[in-house]
Design a protein around this ligand. Structure first.
Ligand code: FAD
Ligand code: NAI
Length: 333
């Protein structure tokens, strides 16, 4: 049995931890956030849960399809019966058209982080704990955190953090850097939640628009109320990265009123900045990364191309890397 520290309680970390625990290993998960979920987190508000990050997920691989089936059976996930539409801007002419397809899209119930929480059930999880530095000595890894507490004697460490954060941690620890250019992997996204009069546009609106990437209407999501979440695209989010929430509420209101004809009051709810949200196009996929001669691996959705499903698959691959290492160790003992 190995003692393993998993840094990051998003879906990658949760999938890795659950898989290792199933194989009889002892795992502790650490996250700087207040709860598990990472970029699948929903914010609890008076209006119900607001999905500020991932809006839904699809399942294409056998492994993830099987996992989704289990979540569906346990009531932790539901099919999102969403009407899809396309918002396009053709040289200033905005059009919104139905864009129906047969793709199955899933959501967590009652919030997007429910499946992550379900995987981590019964696994020690330390939240509100940012790991600042890692030390590797003969007896194993020690984690130094911003709470002043140290956690020692881990046989292996899994980093499931966005690349910039993983690279910073390695640097602060005096360890070799794993990424050639960590800042090139993930791009930002400003997410804005508002309450507005309901218009039968569709629930999942893909945007080919100079500023927006996606508009999501929460009306057909169990546990949420009738709010809209607007995701601004990476270029526009990066251009106005440091702007205040008021700027983003004004932008969202302007687009809804001027371009989509929404009438009546638009109430600002939450604006959230994701510094590391989505995979940058045309940058080679890094896959899993490993430190030379030390039992530490890094992976995440970014290993295989963003998306919730890829986070899950990265978690399974990270667990497999540790299992292979443990077998090799046993062979030499
Ligand atoms: P994360 O969820 O980012 O987890 C990493 C965790 O590490 C975080 O919880 C963080 O708090 C923690 N952490 C970081 N540094 C430290 C540290 N030093 N110490 C301790 N903990 C640390 N995907 C889809 O499939 N469908 C969608 O509709 C979709 N929409 C999206 C919309 C937005 C706005 C965003 C941001 C993402 C979206 N995605 C979507 C992508 C999807 O959310 C991600 O692919 C997935 O959630 C990534 O999971 P992860 O575990 O790899 O990383
Ligand atoms: P999917 O198959 O629903 O969508 C993949 C892509 O295909 C969409 O982004 C869209 O461009 C296009 N598309 C699909 N159905 C469409 C339709 N009916 N009409 C018009 N265009 C359509 O889901 P998949 O492959 O699981 O992708 C995950 C989703 O997560 C995508 O929508 C992606 O944009 C989103 N995402 C958002 C991030 C962010 O930062 N906002 C980060 C990572 C993923």
């Amino acid at each position: 049995m190995k003692k393993i520290a998993v840094l990051g309680a998003g879906l990658t970390g949760a999938a890795a931890a659950a898989s290792l625990v199933r194989q009889g290993h002892q795992v502790t998960v650490f996250d700087k956030g207040r709860a598990a979920g990472g970029r699948m987190s929903s914010k609890r508000t008076e209006q119900g849960y607001l999905d500020m990050g991932a809006q839904y997920f699809t399942a294409r691989s056998e492994a993830f399809t099987q996992q989704v089936k289990q979540w569906l059976e346990a009531g932790q996930v539901e099919l999102w019966r969403c009407k899809t539409a396309l918002l396009s801007d053709d040289e200033g002419v905005i059009s919104l058209t139905a864009s129906e397809d047969k793709q199955q899209r899933f959501i967590g119930i009652p919030s997007m982080h429910s499946p992550v929480t379900a995987l981590l059930q019964d696994i020690p999880l330390i939240t509100g704990c940012r790991v600042l530095r890692l030390d590797y000595q003969q007896q194993g890894w020690t984690l130094h955190s911003d709470t002043g507490q140290d956690y020692s004697d881990f046989d292996a460490v899994l980093l499931t953090l966005p690349p910039v954060q993983a690279q910073q941690l390695l640097k602060q620890s005096g360890l070799p850097e794993l990424f050639r250019s960590a800042s090139d992997v993930l791009e930002p996204c400003w997410a804005v939640a508002v309450q507005a009069q309901s218009i039968p546009w569709g629930d999942a609106i893909f945007c080919q628009h100079p500023q927006l990437r996606f508009i999501s209407h929460q009306q057909h999501k169990t546990g949420r109320s009738s709010c809209y979440i607007l995701h601004f695209n990476a270029a526009f989010s990066a251009l106005h990265l440091e702007q205040s929430a008021d700027f983003w509420f004004a932008k969202a209101t302007d687009i809804l009123q001027q371009e989509l004809g929404v009438q009546g009051e638009i109430r600002a709810l939450v604006a959230h900045r994701w510094l590391y949200a989505s995979q940058r196009d045309q940058v080679p996929l890094p896959g899993l990364l490993a430190l030379p001669e030390r039992p530490l691996w890094a992976g995440g959705d970014w290993s295989y191309g963003g998306r919730v499903e890829n986070a899950y698959l990265a978690g399974l691959s990270l667990a497999q890397a540790v299992l292979t290492y443990a077998e090799q160790q046993e062979g030499t003992e």
